[in-house]
Design a protein. Sequence first.
Length: 405
Amino acid sequence: MTNIRVSLFALMLAAAGLPLYIHLPRYASAELGMSLSALGGLLIGLRVLDFVQDPLLGKLIDRFPNARRLFAALALGGLAAGFALVFTFLPEAGRIYWLAGGLALLFTAHSLGTILFYGQSVAIAGGEAGLVRLAGFREGGSLVGVLLAALAPTVFVALGVGGGGYPAFGLALMLLAAAIFLLTRPLWAFDGPETSPMQFSALREAGGIQLLLIALVNALPVALTSTLFLFFVDDRLGLPTLAGPLLMLFFLAAAVSVPLWSVLVKRHGARRILPLAMTLAIIAFMGAAVLPEGAAFGFALICLASGAALGADMVILPVLFSSALSRAGLSAGTAFGLWNFAAKLSLAIAAAGALPALQLAGYAPGEDNSENALVALSLAYAVVPCIIKIVAIILVARLPQEVNT
């Protein structure tokens, strides 16, 4: 039952991660009339808030270890209220300010829940040896959450719901957050080993600082492709009716691959497996760059390969970081505050960099775009992520030898 609770809590957190960046560009432009530049500026502004609050939230969790259930309630309550405000009950007057407030609430609640959850990993797993198994259930649940949240608006539209399906989407996630809090309360009763306050010197010696850098760099390609996925499928490939099924295929491939990556890591170690997964992602990005318009089958294969590579990222890197903290005997809250910030910073860099750049190149979502604008979209979606993944592989090769759970 513990494993199911882990998957459920991960599912809810995941719904407030990548799906937001998949839906926000279309929701903001089509339903709210915002420009891509304005949205990119809003997101980078909110990430400035994260820069301050994520480490502080981690310290708060470390400072009050007996308040874990309260923190979980605040996190899921914030997600429920934030989704409802942003997508369902957004007032007409001062809409941009309410949107900013709702997103700030969502991001803060997501930060609190993620830092709390990942910091509790060793306690729930029963020690360092159980981390890979725990990661399989955690990241499997995360991918199901991403899949459900990514597809939900499309499903609601198919059921006849108006507003692009977004009002029903917000309401459904609000109710889901409340239900998952009730189901997962026992997770916060586990007690972990005694730890010391987080020290950067000890974290650096255990390889944690290098892992934080890898997490940031390695997340950028996924952030870019997630932010631009619907634009690429709709306008570059000309397959708007297949966007939902292709997105489902991508996340299904990631979810199915999680047990396989877990087994491979146990047998061969993360240092060998992670670069192979990154290479698979590069091959997928290269294929996407040369696809012609209408290449549904070719892009389906790319979704399978890139989705499988995402599964490896989600399993391996958090396990390596948790193991580094365990070896160093460090409190996890502050450290995972930094980890969470690195992950979200990558999403903000992608949105704040790619969206205004595409607008400058003349790209407009859903419009009759020039060849140059579509080339710019292809470069941002496929070529730039490929280059970044190569950098990530180099960083993995330079990790200390003991970082090999």
